[in-house]
Structures are given as structure tokens and as C-alpha cells.
Design a protein around this ligand. Structure first.
Ligand SMILES: NC(=O)c1ccc[n+]([C@@H]2O[C@H](COP(=O)([O-])OP(=O)(O)OC[C@H]3O[C@@H](n4cnc5c(N)ncnc54)[C@H](O)[C@@H]3O)[C@@H](O)[C@H]2O)c1
Ligand SMILES: O=C(O)C[C@H](O)C(=O)O
Ligand SMILES: [Mg+2]
Length: 604
């Protein structure tokens, strides 16, 4: 048996099969006794072997029987299944929150077991720890709050952040997800309650990219809230003041970024769910100075572009035909504009034409209808994508979605508006006139109730031959005739973990457009022709570790090509540059943390 065993390094472990064949390296712990039991990073509950109980002063603090990791795992899954049974018939909200609570309790108690059940059951648990349930959790956060997770920097901490950052107990941090809570999914300003989003995103980082959970940090920048309901709620846990604006706001974000950089110069900061004006402004302000990216603008753009290229292949057409695809985007916010920028750039590259010429196939709609150059007070961010009404026969400024769809007959109708149901029956029926043999409908807004349409409505009204994708998961649709409509999940979760991991392993100190484009191209080429022709544009969430390894390798190789890779640990830029594509994927895979109990070694 021993000869099949492999050693893996300390707390940084590589992937193994279920519960056998790995002898994990030791993990250093600076505490003893009950303090270990109360620390979810090290706690093994009843899983501490007797010798370890002796060494760490745990004897007598636990019931005598030692329960194996596998038995603990099964026990948790049994309780989860009984909870499902016991809540059967109750409202979706009650059931989802009960499921989140049982997972959250485990997260707070024993991270190794938590991440193991999460990784092994990612498809089932992603909708609980991520969209859609994470939205519900944020809406109810002040009431659900039991224990803090991550760090909270508020407007009241001005001048203190440089020292506060040292309050975080881990020596090293690789990945930070930061929000100011101002645009949580499609739910608007949720103030401090938005902390659920960085927590959920980082759970996906651990599950998909194998970032070590001891090296992640969810952060809330609480600069107040303009949500009147929260301000009036006596249990609200954030600052009870209106949001800071202008220079006052930016000075808080600046101070935070400087503090992070001072303590962990190589940590990657993912900006998440900032309202549009600050999403664009902070990206421009920091992306040449710090290792950061904005997931809603850049991660979403890559995932959407991969899907758009997939829709071309799903029609049996060559990718070069992307330049002829007519695409209507509903939503001119950080996500919609990010998608347009990247897609237009791709058209220009494929066709060799200018970006101005490339944009003629794209139609942008916001809450006031079709965006044209005739718009009063045209938002400068949307201006590059505004159509000139003279070029679009029969459509005028402010035309409604249904008018645009009827006139343009687009290949793709894509929603990033945050408004549920705007692809109504009339709009979806209008998509039947699409010039495409496989019209595509992307209802990408989150959470589920904010999706522009449901999967059932899309297939019912637009036809069984469409390609459908949504930001939050929907069940596949059974047509009752032996055929099934496939539901894709077009969510930035397919890219951000690989962007983070690839950047980390490359040792690059910036995230460039080239690295992001490599991520998108990798995802676009991930699916087989056979799947794509069936309308399957994205992999199943079950294979997210595999996708992430490929995306991470693509990002790493792009950093090498751009001469930005400084390497990490023993693997320097020269070693990275000499790795083949396959070796890079293997290198990324080997560096994914995988949860097993490591022997704990006490050090003062
Ligand atoms: N699937 C994903 O991976 C993904 C990624 C990022 C964002 N999103 C979702 O996209 C949505 C928007 O995010 P954002 O950051 O761009 O928000 P945002 O607030 O910056 O922008 C929303 C945009 O939608 C427009 N809009 C509002 N009502 C509309 C209507 N009736 N018709 C057409 N447009 C309308 C607004 O004018 C605005 O331009 C959110 O629900 C978010 O959850 C999904
Ligand atoms: O959080 C998600 O599920 C995707 C995206 O980042 C969003 O803001 O909706
Ligand atoms: Mg987001």
C-alpha cells in the first residue's frame, strides 16, 4: 500500500483522488488545545488522531472515538439530505436559506471538510454559496450574521488602514475580493451586507482554482449606503450614513489599495459589484499600478465573448462569420459595456477592420431604450457604442427592445440589465424572426429573479431550436417530445478563478488585456464541435477545476509572452518560459490546493 502513497507539501496540497493514496505534508500551527478546535483552518473535529490529540493538548477535549474524514464527510452529507427531506414543500427561500445555513456552519467550524464537500458537489452547492442564494443571503445578512468573515474597512477607518491590514491573522494573502456593496448582483445597493459576494466568489476560487483558503481575504469597503430601507433598519450592521462621493470616496479606496500593497505586494485584488461609475473609474485608476481586475467588466466580457463565438459555431459557421452576427445587448452598465468593448475588439481583429466599422452590427439598449448618438446627455461610457440613427433604417433613438428585435432580427439577444422579465413574450416571439438558424438568448442578469427571462419562457416563445444561456442556473427544459432544451450557465465563474490563479503562478504584477483575452479564447475553444452543435456552449459546473486549469495556463502563458512573468517560489520566469502548453496546464493543476487533513505540528 505504501508504495502508492505520495507526499504532498504542507498546507499547499495538490489534487488527489477521494480519501486515499495521499500522505499530506505537515502543517505548522501556532496554537494549542481548545484554540485549535475553535480555528476552522486547523480544526478536524472528531478527526484528530489520538497521537495528535496528545501532541496538541487536545486529550479530553473531544469524545474518545476518532472519526475518519470519510465518515465525517458522509455524516455531513447525510444531514444535508435529511434537511432536504425535512424542508420538502416549504418555500424556495426557506429551503435555500436552510441549506446555506448548514453549509455556513460547517464553513465556520471546519474549513477542510467544508471545502471538500464543496469541491466534490460543486454543481449542487454552487447555487447555495454563489448565485442565486448568495443574493438572498446578502439581502438578509444583518439578521443572519453570527460570526465575521473577512475584513471590514469603513469610512470611519480613514488614516488607520495601513495598520488595520496587519490585524488579518494570515501571514500571506494571494487573493482578495473587494466590494463596496453598491451594486450587488441585480439587487442594487446593499451596503455592508454585500460582504456575502466576496465570500461567495472566494469560495469559488478555492473550489475551482484551488487557491489555499488560508490565503484568501474577502473585503468590504463600507462607505455608507443610499438604501433607505437599510438605513432605517435598526439591525443594519453597516455605517448609517449616505455613501461617500467624489474625492472622499476615492481617498478611501486609495488608502485600502496602498495598505494591501504594502503588506502583500503580490496579492491580486478582484473588484466586484461596484456601481458602474466606480467600477470604470477604479479600473482605470489602478490597473497600471496594482495587480487587479474588475470581474463584472472584464471577467463577464470574456465569458460572454466565449459564448458569442460559440453561437457562431453552433450555427455550423466558421468563426470568421462572427463579423456578420447581429447582436443586441440590453444593459449599458459595467457588464454590458465590458462585453461590447471586448466583442467589438474581436470583430475588428477577425475582420481586420477598424473598431468603428466593427460596431455597426451591435445594438445597445438601456433603461431609456436604444442608445443612439441623438441621446440627450449621452453617457460618455456608452457613447462609443451608440448607433447613428441615419445608419439604422427605421429605428430611432429610444426604440424599445421589441422594436429593435423586430427590425434587426438579431442572431443574439443578450441581457445584462439587472431587470427580471424584460425579455417578455412579445420580445421572445420576435426572436422567431431572427436571421440565425439558431437564434441565441442570453439572460445573464443575476440572481434568478432578475434574469431577463426564464429558460422555459425562452424555449416556449422563441422556439425549441434556440441556444439559451443564463447567469444563474435553470434546469434544462423537457419539451415532452423526447427532446430537451439545454440550459447553459453564462457566468463569470468560468473565468475569474483561472484569471486569478494564472496571474498568481505567473508572478506578474499586472493583469493585462492580453492575459484576459487569452482567458476568453481558452474558454471559447474548450467545448467540442459536437457539444457546440447541440447548443452546449459552456462546460458543466462539475468540470470547473478542469476548465480553470486550462484558463489559468492560458493566462500564465500570456503573461510569459508579454514578459511580465516573474515566477513564483522555485519556479522562475525561465522555467515558465520553457514549459510546453501541456506542461503549463499540468503545472497549474499541481498547484491547486486540495483539502485533506494534514498532520498539525505545533510551533511557538
Ligand atoms: N452572468 C454574469 O456573469 C454577470 C456578470 C456581471 C453582471 N451580471 C449581471 O448583470 C446585471 C447588470 O450588471 P451591471 O454591473 O452592468 O449593472 P449596472 O447597474 O452598471 O447596469 C445596468 C444597466 O441596465 C440598464 N437597464 C435598466 N433597465 C433596463 C431595461 N428595462 N431595459 C434595458 N436596459 C435596462 C441600465 O440603464 C444600465 O445601463 C446584474 O444583474 C448583474 O448581476 C451578470
Ligand atoms: O456574481 C455572479 O454570479 C456574477 C456576476 O459577478 C454578477 O455580478 O452578477
Ligand atoms: Mg459581480
Amino acid at each position: 500500500m505504501w508504495k502508492f502513497a505520495r507526499f504532498v507539501s504542507a498546507c499547499q496540497l495538490s489534487r488527489s483522488r477521494r480519501f486515499s493514496t495521499v500522505i499530506p505534508g505537515p502543517c505548522i500551527v501556532h496554537k494549542r488545545g481548545a484554540d485549535i478546535l475553535h480555528d476552522p483552518w486547523f480544526n478536524k473535529d472528531t478527526g484528530f488522531p489520538l497521537t495528535e490529540r496528545d501532541r496538541l493538548g487536545l486529550r479530553g477535549l473531544l469524545p474518545p472515538r476518532v472519526i475518519s474524514f470519510e465518515q465525517q464527510y458522509d455524516r455531513f452529507m447525510d444531514s444535508y439530505r435529511s434537511l432536504e427531506k425535512n424542508t420538502h414543500g416549504q418555500s424556495d427561500k426557506v429551503v435555500s436559506l436552510a441549506k446555506w445555513r448548514i453549509l455556513n456552519r460547517l464553513h465556520d467550524r471546519n474549513e477542510t471538510l467544508y471545502y471538500r464537500v464543496l469541491i466534490d458537489n460543486i454543481k449542487e452547492f454552487a447555487p447555495i454559496i454563489y448565485t442565486p442564494t448568495v443574493g438572498l443571503v446578502c439581502q438578509n445578512y444583518s439578521g443572519l450574521f453570527r460570526r465575521p468573515r473577512g475584513m471590514y474597512f469603513s469610512a470611519k477607518d480613514k488614516g488607520e488602514m495601513m495598520s488595520m491590514i496587519y490585524n488579518w491573522p494570515a501571514k500571506e494573502v494571494d487573493m482578495i475580493v473587494l466590494t463596496d456593496g453598491s451594486r450587488i448582483l441585480g439587487l442594487g445597493d446593499l451596503g455592508v451586507q454585500g460582504i456575502g459576494i466576496p465570500i461567495g466568489k472566494l469560495d469559488v476560487y478555492v473550489a475551482a482554482a484551488g487557491i489555499n483558503p488560508q490565503r484568501i481575504l474577502p473585503v468590504m469597503l463600507d462607505v455608507g449606503t443610499n438604501n433607505q430601507t437599510l438605513l432605517g433598519d435598526r439591525l443594519y450592521l453597516g455605517l448609517r450614513q449616505p455613501r461617500l462621493e467624489g474625492e472622499e470616496y476615492l481617498s478611501i479606496v486609495d488608502e485600502f489599495m496602498e495598505a494591501v500593497h504594502a503588506r502583500w505586494p503580490k496579492a491580486i485584488v478582484q473588484f466586484e459589484d461596484f456601481q458602474m461609475k466606480w467600477a470604470f473609474e477604479t479600473l482605470k485608476r489602478y490597473n497600471k499600478r496594482f495587480c487587479m481586475f474588475n470581474d463584472d467588466i472584464q471577467g463577464t466580457a470574456g465569458v460572454a465573448l466565449a459564448g458569442l463565438l460559440g453561437t457562431v459555431r453552433s450555427q455550423g459557421r466558421p468563426l470568421s462569420d462572427f463579423v456578420n452576427q447581429k447582436i443586441v445587448v440590453a444593459g449599458a452598465g459595467s457588464a454590458g459595456l465590458g462585453v461590447l468593448k471586448m466583442a467589438i475588439n474581436a470583430v475588428a481583429k477577425i475582420s481586420g477592420c477598424s473598431e468603428t466599422a466593427a460596431k455597426s452590427q451591435f445594438f445597445l439598449i438601456d433603461k431609456n431604450g436604444l442608445v443612439t448618438t441623438e441621446r440627450n446627455n449621452l453617457d460618455p461610457a456608452a457613447a462609443p457604442f451608440a448607433q447613428n440613427p441615419r445608419d439604422i433604417d427605421g429605428l430611432t433613438e429610444g426604440a424599445s427592445i421589441v422594436e429593435v428585435v423586430k427590425k434587426v432580427k438579431p442572431h443574439v439577444l443578450l441581457g445584462l440589465s439587472g431587470v427580471g422579465g424584460i425579455f417578455n413574450e412579445e420580445v421572445l416571439k420576435a426572436m422567431r424572426e431572427s436571421v440565425s438558424t439558431k437564434p441565441a438568448i442570453f439572460a445573464m442578469s443575476n440572481p434568478t429573479m432578475n434574469a431577463e427571462c426564464t429558460a422555459i419562457d425562452a424555449f416556449n416563445h422563441a422556439g425549441e431550436h434556440i441556444v439559451f444561456a443564463s447567469g444563474s442556473p435553470f434546469e434544462n427544459v423537457d419539451f415532452g417530445n423526447g427532446n430537451v432544451g439545454h440550459v447553459n450557465q453564462a457566468n463569470n465563474m468560468y473565468l475569474f478563478p483561472g484569471i486569478g490563479l494564472g496571474t498568481l503562478l505567473s508572478g506578474a504584477h499586472l493583469i493585462t488585456d492580453g492575459m484576459l483575452q487569452a482567458a476568453a479564447e481558452c474558454l471559447a475553444s474548450y467545448m467540442s464541435e459536437e457539444d457546440i452543435l447541440k447548443g452546449i456552449l459552456y462546460p458543466s459546473v462539475d468540470s470547473i477545476r478542469d476548465v480553470t486549469a486550462e484558463v489559468g495556463a492560458a493566462v500564465l502563458r500570456a503573461a510569459v509572452e508579454e514578459d511580465l512573468a516573474e515566477g513564483q517560489g522555485d519556479v522562475g520566469p525561465r522555467e515558465l518560459a520553457h514549459m510546453s502548453k501541456e506542461e503549463t496546464v499540468e503545472y497549474v493543476r499541481r498547484n491547486m490546493w486540495f483539502p485533506v487533513y494534514s498532520p498539525l505540528v505545533h510551533e511557538k
